[in-house]
Design a protein around this ligand. Sequence first.
Ligand SMILES: Nc1ncnc2c1ncn2[C@@H]1O[C@H](COP(=O)(O)OP(=O)(O)OP(=O)(O)O)[C@@H](O)[C@H]1O
Length: 302
Amino acid sequence: MSAIALRNVQKRFGNVDALRGIDLEVDSGEVFGFLGPNGAGKSTTIDILLHYTHPSSGSVEVLDHDVTANPVAVRNRTGILPEGFAAFETMTGRQHVEYAIESNAADDDPDVLLERVGLEGVGDRLARDYSKGMTQRLALAMALVGEPDLLILDEPSTGLDPHGVRRMREIVRAERDRGATVFFSSHILEQVEAVADRVGILRGGELVAVDTIDGLRGAVDADAELTVDIAEDPTALAPEIDSLEGVSSVIKRDGELVVACTNEAKLSVLDEIRAAGGTVRNFTTGEASLEDLFVSYTEGAR
Ligand SMILES: Nc1ncnc2c1ncn2[C@@H]1O[C@H](COP(=O)(O)OP(=O)(O)OP(=O)(O)O)[C@@H](O)[C@H]1O
């Protein structure tokens, strides 16, 4: 069953095509990471899911409701962490959570929620005096009110320290284990990797990939890195290795040869070094970084 189904969703702002025909299904109970560089259309998609803005065309179903026809039914069952949440001037942290509980006709204990996000002991302070990370934690506590079926988190890690990022992940996992669907946006693949079942990558208003992280790695012929420690000076060997098939770059770093190449080319690089009279003392290989992967999907983004 899908928690979210977008079919050919387009959004035009004046002469800007923010979304150019998005087709996406997010399964119920799934953690879905929605990725893309600045301006790719992530917030626009989230606004459309919540019916804060109309799509120019296409259909949007969330939790089995047509969002255009029934936005209130969707929002009642959705916890939202908006981008750039701003606290009310005169309310404490606890009062914010109490307000969210009342508006949702829920029966959560505000102190339990504050503790869950790491704000125990500061609930009586005015939320306008909270730091950025504390404000983000408060917004998460409000999103969790009423055990929503769907959590929509817009850049949830913004402003969080490493403890906060870890806690956010733990909460996302716990919410999934409870049966909720989590849809969250980010422009950092590393933050998505640890927690998302699948990711979608948006580029210039188009969904260029929807897959698991491993699937994305497999689909992109991202270069691996081979670092070779050679007994002799490696400088003379570099041009020969550079000309091998599957090798995209060769550099000397700390006296070692660092070769960017396809997985298949790794062995021929080592063979070539030996054939040219080099003595391989040691070598290490590494996968393409997540950053490389993200860049390879979003390069040339409009
Ligand atoms: N209200 C608006 N009026 C005009 N253009 C808009 C409006 N909202 C968004 N856009 C444009 O739509 C495109 C997508 O913007 P959006 O905010 O959805 O991107 P994003 O992926 O959330 O980016 P970021 O990571 O920077 O938050 C951009 O080109 C943006 O300038």
